[in-house]
Design a protein around this ligand. Sequence first.
Ligand SMILES: [Zn+2]
Length: 459
Amino acid sequence: MPPQSLKIDNARYIITVDPERRIIQDGSILIENGSVSRVGKAAALANARADRVIDARNFVVTPGFLNGHMHISYAHAVRGIFPDNLGSPLSHVFKLQMAMTEEEEHATTLLGLVELVKNGTVCFVDPGSTKFPDACLQAYQDAGIRVILGDCVTDQEAPFPLPRYDTAEAVTRTLSFLKKWQGRLDGRIYAWAMPFSAETCSADLLRQLKRVADERSTCLTLHHNSGPQARKDSQARNGHTPTEYLESIGVLGPNVVLAHSLGVDDAEIECLARTGATVAMCPVTAAKGGRGVAEFGRMPELLAKRVKVALGCDSPNNSNHLDIVRAMNMAAIQYKDSRQDMRLIPAESALEMATLIGAQALGVGNEIGSIETGKRADLVLFDTQRPEWQTLFNPVNNLVYNADGRSVHTVIIDGRVVVDAHRQSFVDEPKLYAKVQEMGEKLLARTGTTFPRSRWQIV
Ligand SMILES: [Zn+2]
């Protein structure tokens, strides 16, 4: 049980991301029953008493981070196996994922959760890759994190192994998933419709799932490829660009989150702005995967049109880390370089995407994403007594350009301290590391997956 009340006292800075974007120097936050009940100058809250008081004089406090596209389930067992010269690893990815057992998925999920919360993530979208959510429920509960889950469905042929059903069965599965999962763990589980992509789902299935999401007041997410080749393929298939195709079949709206969305053109950006559909971009995946951010990335234009953009880490074999601070850094620097314009994606915009704008993109902006009275108390406390935080004049610049998740000292979700002085207490980490290493070795052997261990000889 969380303490009834908690006070973050005398923080060096509180970056609220509230409507005025106030940064409160020497600030305090009072948390009662899981929500922020007061936030302001420490002097103004001097008389506020709490069951537990955290001395925050060396801390920078931010809202908890959201990860808008994060396949949590498989990659930790085999992280780093793909050599750089492999090209797309997708066929191996899905083969490994399909082969995972319940026990393996539970352990890799636990490891993913450890990495997520210790780097300050309070809410993530798993785009339907968890096959055994029942087995993982205890892990979600123990970690205390918010999880957006769904059942990945397709009803068309795909170039790699994906869960494929009849259209009607895919809809029924989604309906029963929503019924079973929505609102569990005191509202920290959110269930969404999760068709894999427009290429692997019929228009009929997408339309029906959008209707289900609307009727159940929830969201829908799918992988969204764009760029010249995807546009050409889509034009040939249905006479539209990928984004306009979704609009033409009635599938875009404010409760639809398009993942990746690298390479949308101007008409597609207009289409997103017009319909209120949102995007979850994975800047590190795009860069590491050589997807051509310089040529195809449109994050500045999306933000200029007020399209809500969340950041994601995709998977531990894509980005390969689960650290949203590093994703913020990449988002903030990659457009400056690729367009030779330092004004693009200022540090504040990167932080907004990881917090308030990201929360709005994922339909939870009324609950979390900023530090405001009445919102759920999801907070990250960064320890500034570290070299990378010196010297400290502009806390947002220091966070986005100097720091990474390793200076996350304390994480609070729903008023509960889930990371305390860099430590989580829901799992024995060394034991888990050994277990997942062993599982990874067995999974590779079982699936006949072999790659050279390194380009350099391991002796
Ligand atoms: Zn994905």
